[in-house]
Write a protein that binds this ligand. Sequence first.
Ligand SMILES: Cc1ncc(COP(=O)(O)O)c(C=O)c1O
Length: 397
Amino acid sequence: MISDKLDDLQDYPFWRLNALIRDIPLPDGETEAVPMWIGEPKHGVPEIVREALASNFDGYGIYPPIEGTPGLRRTMTSWLNHRYSLPSSLIDPDRSMLPVQGTREGLFMIALAAVPRASGDKAPVALMPNPFYQPYKGGAVAAGAEPVFLSCTADTGFLPDLDAIPADTLARTAIFYLCSPANPQGTTADLAYYHKAVDLAREHGFLLVSDECYTEIYDRDPPPGVLQICAEDGDLSNVVCFHSLSKRSSVPGLRHGFVAGDPDFLAAFLRLRKYAAASSSMASYAAAEVLWSDEEHVQENRRLYREKIDIAESILGNRFSFFRPPGGFFLWLDVGDGIEAAKALWGQAAVKVLPGAYLAEDLPDGSNEAAAYIRVALVSDLETTRTGLTRLADTLS
Ligand SMILES: Cc1ncc(COP(=O)(O)O)c(C=O)c1O
């Protein structure tokens, strides 16, 4: 009655974390922990959303189209063109652009459209980084692919080493999830890296899925995107990228993002989505359009994240292998034993962080390349963040 495929999925990291700390009381006098475990921006919902939701109230009376409205698709395309200086001929808003109801569901579902039936005795491969955003594996498993995890350690610059993927693995690959800025490490791929990944996708006939959800949160330079490679010769084949409003605009509850790229693939993806995707609401689409059109609130978000990274740098210095993440809002700290550190921080300091091991797949020998790390989300206001980081440094030093 229950698919044995589910045996391949361990409990979601946040469940595991809650189980880990369930029996550990908070320190005396503390009623709640500083939330540094989940990537849920807490800068506040931009006011411009309120009016868009209210004035589209009547839209709740109709079934919204899965493919969004023409206006929304045009607005998302304009943002993309502006953000990456793309030629306006590259993305046809009606063929190369689709909204998703939060990129999580899109990243999961895309594997169902990309992974073919197994031919022969070996399943198609889904490549993904390790550690990784968990729905990549969820999608791969649901689609019947064999997830293959690519080490992303300090030695590889926290991105998969594209030259180290065995030829027989590439030959079986159906989909490759790439994440830049990387969750959890914040590393960013440069154009040469994207170039190599796109070349691999076309040479071996797989879909490259570039998850760029953190691309608007950056420390110094805006991270490049995979579509800049496609713009070089106007070819979108084998490539899609995902973008989200959750981090950019601090609206994780709006559940809005998009996927853009290969029009032939997206036509097939839309065919599948008509059967299965949860559609958004007309009010959410209207709110999304307003947010993609505005940069002011995004600049303010970036300023706040930078200030929090400054605070982290001043408190942590070079302890715990601290480095300023070029993108995103997580710190990836080497604390020796991430699980023990998470327990200590909860029980001794009322700070909730995520053990790195929960984001990474165990290696065949049972070891875990992220075991030494914790992921620390800088999502709260400045003072809460300062409090959390001070307690962290005091407790773990
Ligand atoms: C790497 C990465 N991709 C995608 C997402 C999904 O974001 P959303 O579904 O809110 O768009 C997240 C959320 O934490 C993430 O960390």
